[in-house]
Design a protein around this ligand. Structure first.
Ligand code: ADP
Ligand code: MG
Length: 575
């Protein structure tokens, strides 16, 4: 459906047209008509599906001359970047509608400038919950005439610890408002907000990436550092897919891996951009005709390759971009067939990168133990049995003649068959890497032991908990929920972290910048030289000042770390 088919004012249609917006995206098609009617909406869809226009266009459309001096629409976003981005896009929709005045409010920017803008009279305010709350407290933002409140990326806002702020903000807006919520995931906390603050909301769920991804079983293997090639050999030997693609991030890796696999007797070929066209065509044809069962490729080289019937995709390297993951695994499971995708991860960083992918694509990626050599041997035994059992009966007598002669020479049939099978088993398994060390799984659970890290930045640097949390999330790839209580003091800040992740966090946060300042993250020691373990039981109170957030209230966040967050949340779905 096209934007033109909506009952929108000419000014907005013109602006949309200039932006190159012609066809609506699915979330826009489903939500804009409802939002124009004033309905409450809960929208669930992935990044990049056009949510800003989905709420921005109805917001701009709703503004009239009567709103000249009052805020009619409030948009909450998790970070200042997203707030700035949303404001820019909304401004573009309002290009020909002069009545619309927008203002973005977020932390880390001048309060005075924002206050000046707000005083001039704005009707659409876009901001982060912390700063919005700040303005409400200073009475520089009044919400008495608010008609619509929009929560963008609601799950991320909760992860950032904005729940209290959001609820407080909602308590300031008129009861008969329209409440709109967009989120990539629907954890129970969001359902709770929805129930508490929305009136008969319409639920909209878009599966964008889900289209192909849903038919694909996705697994990951934790591999000890430096053992990915070994792991891949074992996997290929254990699963023997008739046709599979292996993805690497670099051309060099493609070359090295191809060579390694060939050396171990796998029938593999590499494909990347540095190869001559004729070579690439040969490789592709051989792969398509199934003469080469294993194709090792970079993302770029594989772009546009349309081969049906690929049984498995292996991510040797974690893709550098979430969208790449979707493209890669979409090679299997085409045309309604099911497929399997396996990702190899080594180390915490890759673990978190994959967890983020799982969140992004809104699908579960299950952990699987790596097969070891004995597993592969068992699998080979089974396949030999199957092969012999299902073989066509022999029509010529030559094999029997050999067996009879061997028997006459003293080697009976059983022994003869055993030697042949034994030789085959040996040749198929002798090059397999042997490895005993199965990686230990990260068993981070609720109520797990925590330690505190100390960051040398504090209240005197005008720092807020979400700045600290944002920097930690950026540096580690972990989510806001992986971190516990944040206590801000004058000159430093302590953050509760899971003990099992302590080493990883220290490694990935040095160096790290918060608000432009280079900071140091280290183990927190109170004056007695102790770290507070399980700090709910308290530390040395004499040396502990009452922690203060910018609003003088202590913010408590439960240390809560589940493995792949979506799994649990999805099972709590209602409706
Ligand atoms: P989301 O918030 O869902 O992640 P965005 O609102 O940021 O997605 O939109 C992603 C990109 O798609 C933006 O560059 C936006 O301008 C563009 N876009 C959104 N809707 C349309 C559309 N109907 N036609 C063309 N481009 C669009
Ligand atoms: Mg968005």
């Amino acid at each position: 459906m096209k934007f033109k088919e909506l009952n929108l004012s000419g000014e907005i249609l013109l602006a949309a047209d200039e932006l190159g917006f012609d066809e609506m995206t699915e979330i826009q098609e489903k939500s804009i008509p409802l939002l124009l009617e004033g309905k409450d909406v809960v929208g669930r869809s992935n990044t990049g599906t056009g949510k800003t226009a989905a709420f921005g266009i109805p917001a701009v459309e709703s503004i009239t001359d009567a709103d000249r001096k009052t805020v009619a629409v409030l948009v909450m976003c998790p970070t200042r970047e997203l707030a700035m981005q949303a404001e820019e896009e909304i401004k573009k929709f309002a290009k020909y509608k002069n009545t619309v005045k927008t203002c973005a409010v977020y932390g880390g920017a001048s309060m005075e400038t924002q206050i000046r803008q707000l005083k001039r009279g704005v009707n659409i305010v876009i901001g982060t919950p912390g700063r919005i709350m700040d303005h409400i407290r200073r009475k520089t933002l009044k919400l008495d005439f608010l008609r619509t409140v929009i929560l963008d990326e609601a799950d991320e806002m909760l992860n950032m610890g904005f729940r209290e702020d959001i609820e407080e903000i909602l308590s300031y807006v008129p009861d008969d408002r329209q409440t709109v919520l967009f989120s990539a995931t629907m954890p129970s906390e969001i359902m709770a907000i929805t129930e508490k603050y929305q009136r008969n909301p319409e639920h909209i769920k878009i599966k964008s990436a889900g289209r192909t991804v849903e038919l694909i079983d996705q697994f990951y293997f934790e591999v000890p550092m430096g053992r990915k090639t070994d792991a891949l050999k074992l996997l290929l030997a254990a699963y023997t897919p008739a046709s599979s693609m292996v993805f690497c991030n670099t051309k060099k890796m493609v070359d090295e891996l191809t060579e390694e696999l060939l050396k171990s007797g796998f029938h593999a070929a590499g494909l990347h951009g540095d190869m001559k066209q004729i070579q690439r065509t040969q490789v592709m044809n051989s792969f398509k005709s199934r003469n080469t069962p294993i194709l090792i490729a970079t993302d770029v080289a594989a772009r546009g390759i349309d081969v049906s019937g690929i049984d498995a995709v292996f991510n040797y390297d974690i893709p550098q971009d979430n969208e790449y993951y979707i493209h890669r695994i979409g090679r299997t499971g085409r045309a309604g067939r099911t497929g399997t995708a396996y990702t190899l991860i080594s180390g915490r960083k890759q673990f978190y990168a994959l967890r983020n992918i799982s969140r992004y694509i809104n699908a579960e990626i299950k952990e699987m133990p790596l097969p070891d050599k004995s597993d592969v041997i068992s699998a080979k035994k089974e396949s030999i049995i199957n092969e012999i059992q299902n073989a066509e009966p022999l029509t010529d007598r030559r094999a029997y003649e050999i067996l009879d002669r061997l028997a006459a020479l003293g080697t009976d049939y059983r022994e003869a068959a055993a030697r042949i099978i034994g030789a085959r088993l040996k040749s198929e398994t002798e090059n397999l890497p042997d490895y005993a060390a199965r990686p230990v799984s990260k068993g981070r659970r609720r109520g797990e032991k925590t330690v505190k890290v100390d960051i040398n930045i504090g209240r005197s640097h005008r720092i807020a908990p979400n700045f600290i949390l944002g920097a930690l999330v950026d540096a580690t790839g972990m989510t806001g929920k992986d971190f516990g209580k944040i206590d801000i003091y004058d000159e430093h800040t302590t953050v509760e972290v899971p003990e099992s992740e302590y080493d990883y966090i220290i490694k990935s946060t040095n160096p790290m910048k918060i608000n432009g300042k280079q900071v140091e993250v280290k183990l927190y020691k109170d004056k007695g030289g102790r770290n507070e373990r399980n700090s709910s039981s308290g530390g040395d109170e004499r040396h502990r000042r009452q922690p203060k957030t910018p609003f003088g209230k202590s913010r408590r966040r439960e240390v809560y770390t589940d493995y792949i967050p979506d799994r649990k949340r999805r099972s709590k779905k209602r409706h």
